[in-house]
Design a protein around this ligand. Sequence first.
Ligand code: BGC
Length: 765
Amino acid sequence: MAKKADQYFRVDPWKVIEEGFDPAYARVSESVFSLANETLGVRGCFDEGGSVDSLRGAYMNGVYDIQALPKSYRGIVDKTHFMIPAAEWLATKITADGETLDLGKARFHSFLRVLDMQSGTLERSFVWQTAGGKAIRITFLRFLDRTARERAYQRVTLEALNAPADICFASGLSFDVMHEGYQKCFWQTPRLQASDGMLMAQCETAASGQTVFAGALLSLAYKTEACTDERGAYLCARFTLEKGQKTSIDKRVVILYDGTGGETLWSHGLKALQRSREVSLDEALNAQRAYWDAFWRTLDIKIDPSDEETAEAVAAEQQGVRFCSFQLAQTYNGGSMRHNIGAKGLTGEAYNGHAFWDTEACCLPFYLFTNPEAAKSLLMFRYNTLPQARERAKMLDCKGACYPIATLNGEEACSLWQHASLQLQPSTAVAYGIWHYVHVTGDEDFLWSMGAEMLLEIARFLASRVEKGAETGKYGFFGVMGPDEFHMMVNNNAYTNYMGKRTLSLAADTLTEMRSEKPQAYALLAEKTNLSEDEILSWAEIADGMFVPMGENGLIEQHDGYFNLPHTDIHSIPVSQFPLYDHWSYDRIYRSDMIKQPDVLMMLYLYNSSFSGDVKRVNYDFYEPRTIHESSLSPAIHSILAAELGKMEEAVRFFGFATRLDLDNYNRNTREGLHITSIALAWVNIVYGFAGLRSDGEGLSFAPRLPERWSRLSFSILYRGRVISVRMETEKTAFALAEGSDLPVRIYGRECVLTGTECFFPAGG
Ligand code: BGC
């Protein structure tokens, strides 16, 4: 692995701490200090702005605009959509004796920024030393309400330390926000109002026609002046802060997008703002703490070091794991089935806010075992966007439904045709997600009411995209790009063929079972979709005849011709050349055997129980040294397989990378936003990697393997109305049901029944 960790933030079990400020690291910090509540998200940017390098992003899930693209060949998208920054609600301007606060220019000391994962708050404080010799301590606190998700809060506290200061304090709401990539503000037709401690602003997007309302209540003990500009509304107060005097200004904000607009939204916004009067910032803060308390009570993962020597490294891992769970739950926790999980969540503009196949392939297990309702909502998003997937299949001259590689609203938004047209993994991942959800939760109603229809349409798509090789006479997918995006337009990509095979046989089995078990529902579905029994038979026939290129020793060739590609020694690439997409020409990455992320290994991970240990070992040993992990999804998958193969040192090394990917800026691109979907894999890494959970076989099985540097690992998962608590120690693992009825499971391959009483299993089985 050629990547290195930056060590910038202070390690703490529950906080991320920045002591002192490095302007060169400003954007990385902004990403790491992001807050979200599923609906709203905001980067950790400075409230007061200034000349520090910054991406001032405050985003709303599902709020985007659309841009037409030059008309190109058939099948290549001719428009795209992308998340845009929404109302800037933190806007603050502070002047003291006529000098404006700007940390890019001013003198200051005692800078401290803290993200507290037990309260979901971000606090930043420092002492500003003005050119005139005044020392003013300033503290900014912010948080986004976890329960009333249209609400956000800011508190600014000023304290004159050594002398009186004449302060001018301005606070605003503004839609004058630039999308950095397009260098354009997408908001138009503003309606603005500022008066009596209250700000209101409403704007509409240029092309998607979405309207957003923003309102704020300011608690200022001083007389204010109100003003508006092109797209913003502001209140300003002037006052003198006596020596030793401290004052706080609370801002309660409402940001609303409810699908309405005009007068209707304005009045909904006003009402929501009035309702927010009923709760003070301190009350909201207490509720926030209670929310996170309850979250951590069930879902915390606790790691203890085995001795003094490992304590520091383990403390960093502990912080990393909590940071990942925290950021993932902030981004999505089942609050809405209209939204999905953007690869960067609500933390930056890279990837345009789009959700990828990552949701089903990487994030779903976290929700399946911590919040199954949220897992269902994610699949409902796919069901609700089935019409767009059907349209996409047509554009590609295929039948059925082709799910997009990148989307916010169900339409394909990826303008790189190689990815949009050649990647079949979004569709096979949705099928896998449906199967995994039903398999884990037992929610057959979902399968018959929605899952079966999606499976049918995906199978139809695959059957219309598959072809027979002229020489082999076997079925395969030609002209595709598998998960390894460093090889495009390849034939018989093993992952695509294998996932296609499994999807087609899953669809055939599901519909056959539906025909006999749920004849009425089947008849309705068959009529709605014009499904024939011959079609189902053809899926089974294709699945049986699918080419999966496995040699006698179990080594699987990633795609036709892969073994003949020139070799790249990945360790010879200097760290300064990462990320490669910024330093290598686009075509250069396609010309060797270097792979971006697990491809063959990905299918061995997803359908784990279908492959022997020997097959996993031979493929891991071959592909791992060729993998550059340029996708953040990569290290955790490697760690899980390494743990299964008993390569514990490697498993721990990859885990460190996966779990601190953003905290340590491993991929040198955290500045663009957090890798939210790979953050999900940090949890998976613990539960599937070190506790050895497998959920793709009969029932659940565990094979705990505790890394040497840990003395204990404990966590809980939810499963069909039960809470399973697991406590791994050096010599043994204890399993118990904290809630729910007895559960048969397999531990180290042996059948046993979990009950309310702790039972112990010696390490290694
Ligand atoms: C990876 C894809 C992934 C996307 C979003 C890319 O770098 O290669 O597999 O879907 O990032 O996370």
